[in-house]
Ligand binder design. Structure first.
Ligand code: F6R
Length: 357
């Protein structure tokens, strides 16, 4: 039930802090640390490479998950779009572990890959929100998102839940390989939950920003570097699926190789700046588009902000910024769709779970 909320999407955006706390609670062991089923830890430890397979928003979560697992646990990870895997199959490592990320656990494109890799005899783990779903039943192992039912077609809380569970997988894998990650993930996820709460309280500002930047435009660009780039892909997908604004996410440095040709007077360019090591370079990209008439909206993180920024995010650990930087983008998409009179929860041409290949 959506209760007093006008839309499921807004309710689900607001549930994200609760989902974080639920995930911490579900994955916390009696010593207060994080743990996952020992069979799964063994499967990860035995693998020489992880292949993440997913579609849409879950694919975007996979891109962030790759970074977390590689940086924290030192295990090589590839991320593949499920519908492409069949014909663009990479040369597999000797001991691959396949990880399927799927909110619904029913996505046919992902299932086709699961069937294929099971036939090849490889182990598979499904990360899903739906216990007993097809991908969960057919894989060897399952990790649950504990996000509660996601009704709105546009995925929000499942994405951040996927990121949290992937962070836990990364941390637990690091530990099992004797690596020190250098921070306390339970504590940092708690900080994320608090930051999410603060962001969910900033709806009025987001409505205002959406009105200013997105009410009349035909298109919009999202730019970021490093992990911000992946969140930009997700922000653009949210915006296009519910507001029908043509939106694309780009790596900041890639703009000048073509896309900058599309910048016109007033084109909204939403830039994420949450990473210290690319803060200067992404701001350089903002200057390039602004010089060509773009209307830049900079979303930065406290400590990295400048006077020109439109919105400043609270500080979280640099490995976890996607968990909070996506929230303003979800809210911008929501309000843009609302201002443009779109059906937020049931966008045209889309189904909640895509059960055909
Ligand atoms: C976007 C969205 C879709 C799904 C995709 C995969 O908001 O909802 O892109 O993420 O269809 O679905 P699952 O995760 O159920 O496999």
């Amino acid at each position: 039930e959506k209760g007093t909320y006008p839309h499921y999407m807004l309710k689900e955006i607001d549930e994200q802090p609760l989902v974080m706390r639920k995930i911490i609670q579900k994955y916390q062991d009696k010593n207060g640390g994080l743990s996952i089923d020992s069979e799964i830890v063994e499967a990860i430890t035995a693998a020489d490479r992880v292949y993440i397979i997913a579609a849409g928003t879950s694919y975007h979560a996979g891109l962030v998950g790759k970074q977390m697992i590689e940086k924290l646990a030192g295990i090589p990870v590839e991320v593949h779009i499920s519908s492409e895997f069949g014909y663009n199959m990479p040369i597999l490592s000797e001991k691959p572990l396949f990880v399927f990320i799927s909110q619904s656990g029913e996505t046919a494109d992902s299932r086709a890959v699961l069937v294929q890799v099971k036939e090849m005899g490889y182990p598979a783990l499904t990360i899903t929100n739906v216990p007993g779903s097809t991908l969960s039943r057919e894989a060897d192992y399952t990790l649950l998102l504990h996000a509660g039912p996601e009704i709105a077609v546009a995925s929000t809380k499942a994405y951040t839940a996927q990121l949290a569970v992937l962070a836990i997988v990364a941390e637990v894998s690091a530990k099992s390989r004797g690596r020190e990650i250098g921070f306390d993930l339970v504590q940092e996820l708690g900080i994320v939950a608090n930051a999410m709460e603060a962001l969910c309280d900033s709806k009025e500002i987001m409505e205002h920003i959406a009105r200013e930047f997105l009410t009349v435009t035909r298109n919009a660009f999202f730019i970021g570097r490093a992990v911000d780039y992946y969140v930009c892909l997700e922000g653009a997908l949210k915006l296009k699926e519910i507001s029908y604004i043509q939106a694309e996410g780009f790596a900041g440095g890639e703009l000048k190789h073509g896309t900058i040709a599309l910048i016109e007077e007033g084109t909204p360019v939403i830039a994420l700046a949450t990473q210290e090591n690319v803060n200067l370079s992404i701001r350089g990209n903002v200057k390039e588009v602004a010089a060509r008439g773009a209307n830049p909206c900079i979303i930065s993180m406290k400590g990295l902000e400048t006077d020109e920024d439109t919105f400043v995010l609270p500080v979280v650990h640099e490995q976890l910024t996607p968990l909070i930087s996506v929230i303003p983008l979800q809210l911008l998409a929501y309000y843009a769709a609302l201002h443009r009179d779109c059906d937020v929860d049931k966008p045209r041409n889309l189904a909640k779970s895509v059960t055909v290949e």
